[in-house]
Design a protein around this ligand. Structure first.
Ligand code: SIN
Length: 487
């Protein structure tokens, strides 16, 4: 942390009602560098009682915040955006220190995160209602959109910045206030964002950050509260289902961005010069720890051997190291347990006939480092075909026909992102129409942007984030009937 230009960005307290505060119990939790397991900070470790105070603060701040005009809120959001951009380098250092991703990726995420604030500052001004052609001469029908109220956001460690701004920006732009529970592993990025929000002039109580290691207790407090009218969660499908059940008692509006099992399909007519680097980025970005990373690489017969040969060379050129000690393509995984899952899946696959093309073992750099790995001759019976890997392991499956590729791609309960490489225009249309996914990228390996709706179908989630649609998750529609206008 010596490298931070602005040391004030490093905070170790939670933020409730405009105050930096300790847990009432005095508890604190460690923040570790995943590359070394060394403790880099401790932060306040809040419990349910603390979180209730944050909910009350968000509720108290709501009337004044929703009364502001969209333009007034936009000015504050724009101010926040500009401060984040100016602090990009420091925010990236903090992120790499607590999350492990290479510094360039962290800087990229900071800008990606900031883009949601810039975007929704503008979109907030365009939350239009409707005047509906009337059904009776003496009546008028109008539809207005109102902020949903107090929002709770529970965010993951893999994107410690952007998953916060992707929720907070539309919430605030719509006139909602928010309580954010950042991941236990990565609270420093969230607190630094809060420093900048405070400097930008966001009023007390509008954003509250509750750092905690007691995820279940905090989740229960947020979902039990009748004051909280909306929950937005990014994380695993198992936890998403549990939170959804908990939200049922108070019938909250929910957005869930959950797990994925993304297919990346390489057809015979693909341009491999384009597909190979895209397949590297799609699989190995953030050490494979994103819910939209390719989970299965499906390659057509005619190009199978050539793809594997070239992919192996490209994967073996990747550099690995501690993101604050040099320029690398891949950092550590979040912890040794995450590597354990990758090893389990690899062992299952090889015991059933899969072949290690490259990698397949831990890296000597430390217990959280794993070599980028390619497995060939993987089949649908292996666990890796069904389970989210969340690590730097690319399993390659062989297919024959287009129909078979679509069938294999859709053979999962998930439906977040899918990718394919093909040049035949008819095939491009047929395959994108056949894929049961919320997002499909054609001849591209990365599809995230603030201008497009991010989200999944099936067990990958509910709702969309980003884009002109993202703000709908934070407003309620009100139908107003005005009668007797003939008198
Ligand atoms: C995620 O993995 O949860 C989000 C990935 C992205 O926004 O690109």
């Amino acid at each position: 942390m010596q490298r931070l230009n602005n040391k004030a960005l490093l905070r170790d307290k939670a933020y409730i009602n405009g105050q930096w505060c300790e847990a009432q119990s005095g508890a604190r939790m460690p923040v570790l560098d995943p590359a070394t397991s060394e403790q880099i900070a401790t932060v306040a470790d809040l419990d349910g009682a603390d979180v209730s105070l944050a909910i009350d603060a968000a509720n108290a701040a709501l009337p004044a915040w929703r009364r502001k005009t969209a333009k007034e809120r936009a000015a504050l959001l724009r101010n926040w955006f500009e401060r984040i951009v100016a602090a990009k380098d420091d925010l990236a250092i903090l992120m790499t220190a607590e999350q492990g991703k290479p510094l360039a990726e962290s800087a990229g995420e900071v800008m990606y995160g900031a883009s949601f604030i810039e975007w929704f500052a503008e979109e907030g001004k365009r939350v239009y209602g409707d005047v509906v052609p009337t059904h009776a001469a003496d009546k008028r029908v109008i539809v207005t959109k109102e902020p949903v109220g107090v929002v709770a956001a529970i965010t993951p460690w893999n994107f410690p910045n952007a998953m916060i701004t992707r929720k907070a920006a539309p919430a605030l732009a719509a006139g909602c206030t928010i309580v954010i529970k950042p991941a236990e592993d990565t609270p420093l990025s969230a607190l630094a964002l809060m420093v900048l929000a405070e400097e930008a002039g966001i009023p007390a109580g509008v954003i509250n950050i509750v750092t905690s290691s007691r995820s279940a207790e905090v989740g229960q407090t947020l979902t039990d509260s009748p004051i909280v009218r909306k929950l937005s969660f990014t994380g695993s499908t198992a936890v998403g289902k549990q939170l959804m059940r908990q939200c049922a008692d108070t019938v909250k509006k929910i957005s869930l961005e959950l797990g994925g099992n993304a297919p990346l399909i390489i057809f015979d007519d693909a341009d491999l010069d384009r597909a190979i680097p895209a397949a590297i980025a799609c699989k190995f970005r953030n050490a494979g720890q994103t819910c939209v990373c390719a989970n299965r690489v499906l390659v057509q017969d005619g190009i199978y051997d050539e793809f594997i040969k070239r992919y192996k060379v490209a994967v073996e050129q990747m550099t690995i190291g501690h993101g604050l000690q040099g320029t690398f393509d891949q950092g550590p995984m979040i912890n040794a347990a995450a590597i354990g899952k990758v090893e389990e899946l690899l062992n299952d696959a090889t015991s059933k006939g899969a072949r290690v093309v490259t990698g397949g073992e831990r890296h000597p750099l430390g217990e959280a480092f794993y070599r980028p790995t390619v497995l060939a001759d993987v089949t649908p019976e292996m666990r890796v075909a069904k389970e989210e890997i969340f690590g730097p392991l690319a399993p390659i499956f062989r297919f024959d026909t287009e129909e078979q590729a679509i069938q294999m791609a859709n053979d999962t309960e998930y439906g977040l992102a899918a990718y394919f490489f093909a040049n035949n225009l008819g095939r491009v249309w047929r395959v994108q129409e056949g894929l049961e996914y919320g997002m499909v990228a054609v001849n591209e390996g990365i599809l995230s942007t603030e201008v497009a709706p991010f989200g999944g179908i099936k067990e990958s989630g509910i709702g969309r984030e980003g884009s002109k649609y993202g703000i709908d998750e934070y407003v309620e529609m009100k139908y107003v009937l005005i009668g007797g206008i003939d008198k």
